[in-house]
Design a protein around this ligand. Structure first.
Ligand code: SAH
Length: 346
């Protein structure tokens, strides 16, 4: 339903306090409502039991709470859970809970669809519809935290921005969401347990460094050779590897944080020795970690996972050059919840 009422969670705490003062109430009332909205994740004003009925009605007349709805939850045989999340304007995004023996990770979306056009990614086929608001990102995390407690008997421990969208193209809202997630007035999670993954927007990587963010950075590299990278991530033509590397150098100089690279090895695309050598050359300027991730087929076979001998070759070359490398298996493939498979298919 179309509504002209304002989304109450677009207000800062200060604005909410001022609103109550303007209404002839106490500023403190703003704190109480703010706590309901964020820390307690209230879905309606009615839930706010320590607020008087008149005040709740007044809030109802002025504002809406645009809470997300988990429309459909799918559980994989490996414990992975995928949520199809309905937004207030009926658009859908997906988020995923990934359990391991020691942690539960939420993989959250930052945009509806994606503006990038990585050839191997299912999300790229949905054009970008809009950015998510901070509260829509926050709600995805809360929903996964609740599911983690319910199905895995423990709270959420980690968050990765590896769902739909390019987080650095919705930077302000992602930062606001992370502020809420890490604040004691929100979920109180440590920023060290949050990873923002990017295809590499050099200007925004530098901005993150200047903003002295405390979360971790992962870069979806996939190739350290411009020609190859542009053929699979056309966006690389606008921001070639040299500018990405320069931004990462800036990031490292400021933060001293290790850089993680996400890397898929495909048959006939980047599975040769020269590809591995280029990767070493690209990342040796700073302590780095390469996560070799399994390819999750999304289509007609244009892309195929490289043979395990090619993966072994990468591991050898990287290790010889003292670059940390892990080879990761995908989770939740049976429910299309794995990397690059999020496309609102369910
Ligand atoms: N736009 C951001 C966030 C999306 S993260 C980024 O690019 O980092 C999703 C991760 O999954 C990225 O590393 C992406 O390159 C990878 N990915 C996309 N499609 C994939 C697929 N079909 N198989 C495996 N990984 C894929």
């Amino acid at each position: 339903m179309a509504t002209s009422k304002k989304d109450i969670r677009a207000l800062t705490k200060e604005q909410l306090r001022n609103f109550f003062v303007e209404q002839g109430d106490k500023a403190f009332r703003g704190n109480q409502v703010y706590e309901w909205l964020w820390q307690k994740s209230a879905h309606s004003f009615e839930d706010m039991t320590n607020i008087s009925k008149e005040t709740r009605e007044m809030l109802e007349n002025n504002f809406v709470i645009n809470h997300i709805q988990v429309d459909q939850m799918q559980r994989s045989s490996d414990g992975t859970i995928k949520n199809a999340v309905r937004l207030h304007d009926d658009l859908i995004v997906e988020s995923v809970l990934i359990p391991t023996p020691t942690r539960t990770t939420a993989c959250v979306s930052s945009q509806v669809g994606c503006s990038l056009d990585c050839k191997f990614c299912a999300t790229a086929r949905l054009k970008r519809m809009r950015n998510l608001n901070p509260d829509e990102i926050y709600d995805q995390v809360v929903a996964i935290d609740n599911e983690s407690r319910l199905y895995h008997n423990r709270p959420l421990s980690n968050i990765v921005f590896m769902g739909m969208g390019e987080p650095l193209m919705n930077y302000n809202n992602v930062i606001k969401a992370i502020d809420k997630i890490t604040s004691p007035e929100g979920l109180g999670m440590s920023p060290k347990r949050i990873v923002v993954s990017t295809s590499g927007v050099p200007k925004m990587i530098k901005k993150m460094a200047d903003d002295e963010v405390k979360f971790k950075l992962a870069v979806s590299l996939h190739s350290a050779i411009d020609e190859v990278r542009t053929s699979i991530m056309p966006f690389n033509a606008t921001f070639p590897l040299a500018s990405l590397r320069e931004a990462l150098q800036y990031w490292y100089a400021k933060t001293k944080n290790r850089i993680t690279y996400e890397y898929v090895v495909w048959k006939g695309i980047n599975d040769k020795r020269k590809d591995a050598d280029a990767l070493v050359e690209f990342c040796k300027f700073a302590p780095s970690k390469v996560n070799i991730i399994e390819y999750n087929p999304i289509d007609d076979g244009e892309f195929q996972q490289a043979q395990s001998s090619a993966i072994d070759m990468y591991v050898n070359v990287l290790e010889k050059n003292h670059i940390t490398v892990t080879v990761r298996r995908s989770r939740g493939k049976d429910i299309d919840a794995a990397c690059g498979q999020l496309a609102n298919k369910s």
